[in-house]
Design a protein around this ligand. Structure first.
Ligand code: NAD
Length: 422
């Protein structure tokens, strides 16, 4: 394995945009601004556990850029959450929203915690106390969190309810948009839960059109069976792909004829993971990376595609559903081996795009149907992928560099127009 566990994720994110900045000769002061987040909020807060004892928790909200609009990005609950990770994830949000052309900046947050170790009541108290600790650092016109690894619609509902309660009776109704990814009952959008997976499938469809590949001829392997991985796998199977390999933190399973994804989703939510799912063979974790698939979709955590695993991959394309799944060393291997990579800031943008739709619906008190949401999502994803391809042609670069070229051009034009105060 390469030593990426010890490498700074934030440094990786800076290196990625600097490569594209070089291509378009981005002014030095724009590079300097984008190399660091605008604000780093760290809160420590106490919560009473079911045992009656108290524990201190550490939470983060990193606001990378508000140049194009309010800060926007998910909240992660995971034991590995730290400042370096959240800084990188926040920067990727800035480039993602700029790439797909929605009026948001970039942010990310999280709590260093394994949510599986806490009861529902404890999690509710942690989420509510974290929201109160963040206070006016979040807000519907300022910074708008959403779900990410280890968080879900229920937690977003608690954030909204806590924020609205603190906002007071006259503001209670206008602050619903403080968070997206809520459940439909409290102002969430149809299609939000599946949106990131849906967007990954649109990216795959676009690639199929570009390369003349039939979508229903593809064998797919997916690492991660949470929100993003399981919805993508379900939608890919519905579109005729054979999803032959799926891994989560409990097991790696295969069925060469294609796994029954609907049944696997039901099994996983009942059993807390896919281990033991019938009609599938369990294989070694590392064997996932040498599986005979056409499409490999990392949809778990960062730094999974280290160079040795990239040497083993047999696929034609890596669709980065997770944020930062490929290490810089792994990326060099994929480039040498001619394996296409649709970068994270493009492939997984569907989540933030439908978050934007949820926010618009909250602001205008409208309710859009799932088909309206999906159609608008497809248009936004398609337009961004067309732009990415055009940039790739102009600069003769990788898809990742082309994605950054589009994003940086938008950010740089805005800095030029607004000027740097004073
Ligand atoms: P999740 O918590 O719902 O699911 C994570 C999944 O990864 C789980 O199935 C878990 O078992 C699995 N996993 C963890 N470690 C693993 C390992 N070592 N090997 C195999 N599987 C492992 O999280 P999610 O919301 O689906 O997010 C997944 C990725 O997608 C993250 O990188 C996240 O930042 C990114 N993302 C999420 C969204 C969103 O809307 N939720 C949007 C854009 C990007």
């Amino acid at each position: 394995m390469d030593a990426t566990k010890h490498r700074s994720l934030h440094e990786t994110s800076v290196e990625q945009f600097q490569r594209a900045a070089q291509l378009i000769d981005l002014p030095a002061h724009h590079r300097a601004i984008l190399s660091e987040p605008q604000n780093e909020v760290i809160v420590n807060f106490p919560v009473r556990l079911d045992t009656g004892t108290w524990r201190m928790f550490r939470g983060y909200r990193i606001q990378h850029s508000s140049t194009l609009g309010p800060y926007k990005g998910g909240l992660r609950f995971h034991p590995d959450v730290d400042l370096d990770e959240v800084k990188a994830l926040a920067a990727w949000m800035t480039f993602k929203t700029a790439l797909v052309g929605i009026p948001y900046g970039g942010a990310k947050g999280g709590v260093t915690i394994n949510p599986k170790n806490y009861s529902e009541g404890e999690l509710e108290r942690i989420v509510r106390r974290f929201t109160a600790a963040l206070g006016s650092n979040i807000g519907p016109n300022h910074d708008i969190p959403a779900p990410d690894v280890g968080t879900n619609a229920q937690m977003m509902d608690w954030i909204m309810d806590t924020y609205a309660t603190i906002a007071g009776p006259t503001n209670r109704q206008v602050v619903r948009g403080v968070v997206t990814g809520k459940s439909i009952a409290v102002g969430g959008s149809a299609g939000r839960e599946a949106a990131t997976g849906q967007g990954v499938l649109y990216a795959l469809r676009h690639w199929c059109g570009e390369t003349g590949t039939r979508l229903d001829s593809l064998r797919v392997g997916v690492q991660g069976f949470g929100n993003v991985g399981s919805h993508f796998a379900r939608l890919a199977a519905e579109a005729g792909c054979a999803v032959t390999h799926v891994a989560d933190h409990t097991a790696t399973l295969t069925n060469p004829k294609g796994l029954d994804i609907d049944a696997m989703r039901a099994y996983s939510s009942e059993n807390g993971g896919i281990k033991g799912f019938p009609d599938a063979t369990e294989i070694d974790t590392e064997d996932l990376f040498s599986a005979e698939v056409d499409v490999f979709v990392p949809a778990a955590l960062e730094n999974q595609l280290v160079k040795e695993r990239c040497e083993a991959l047999k696929c034609q394309i890596v669709l980065e559903a997770a944020n930062g799944p490929t290490t810089p060393e792994g990326e060099l291997v994929l480039a040498r081996r001619g394996i296409d990579v649709v970068p994270d800031i493009m492939a997984n943008a569907g989540g933030v795009v439908v978050s934007y739709f949820e926010w618009l619906q909250n602001k205008s008190h409208e309710i859009w149907s799932e088909s309206q949401v999906d159609e608008k999502l497809r248009d936004v994803m398609w337009a961004a992928m067309d732009k990415l391809l055009a940039a790739r042609k102009t600069y003769g670069c990788s898809r990742r560099d082309a994605a950054y070229v589009v994003a940086l051009t938008r950010l740089s034009d805005t800095y030029d127009a607004r000027g740097i105060w004073p």
